[in-house]
Design a protein around this ligand. Sequence first.
Ligand code: ADP
Ligand code: MG
Length: 249
Amino acid sequence: MEAILEEASDKSESADKPLVKIDNLFAGYDESLILKDVSIVVPDNSVVALLGRNGVGKTTLLNTIVGLVPTTSGSIEFGSHRIEKMPVDKRARLGIGYVPQGRDIFPGLTVWENLNVSLRAGNVGDDNRLDEVFELFPVLKEMLKRKGGVLSGGQQQQLSIARALLLNPKLLILDEPTEGIQPSIIDQIEDAIYAIKKKHKVSIILVEQYIDFAKNASDAFYILERGSVVEQGSIGRLSDELTARYLMV
Ligand SMILES: Nc1ncnc2c1ncn2[C@@H]1O[C@H](COP(=O)(O)OP(=O)(O)O)[C@@H](O)[C@H]1O
Ligand SMILES: [Mg+2]
């Protein structure tokens, strides 16, 4: 009976292969193993929230997915590729877009130059993508000549997300996009996440401390504690009790 069930689940898996499948991942830094036996699935066209208090390993997990932190053991599948040993740039070219914590824009370049770096790197040669990005974040179009460094925190975050989107990713990874941002812009970023998911058919991994935002924007969640997954499920399962136990400071 068990064998039959297993076979059935194998079949349904191959018919509906998730975009990202992380199995039994161990990873960390020279002297300290941070991630212990992490398994995560990101289905196609879904938003998965990665939650947990400060220091539990959220950013380390994102950095391991993009290749900035080496995998000690375990596997990371992206579509039909095994990527855990691939260099960072190759993973990016497969379609992994990363908006790191604290944003990564070029403060000394104008907004237009910042966008143009991605446009060229993305090799899309397609003004449509630029139009789509301006539709998501109209403020950027008004600020093309401003230096990135003089934008507000929220505008820089929008620019950072825009830069990642211009690379035409299949997976967009956002590390605390609302950190230090005023509420009105938080709403805009939330709307942008809906729109990105709907129009661009990308999946998103969202690390977020702001639980209401994560609940609104996500389909599923994983909670990390001390480098391991302690709870997971569809977003409806993220109860006040779990929030109090694992996420409240
Ligand atoms: N570059 C690094 N070298 C060594 N340890 C690190 C490094 N970056 C983070 N850590 C450690 O890894 C653990 C997880 O950190 P991090 O992944 O940043 O957590 P989170 O994003 O959940 O706040 C922490 O104990 C932190 O001190
Ligand atoms: Mg972090």
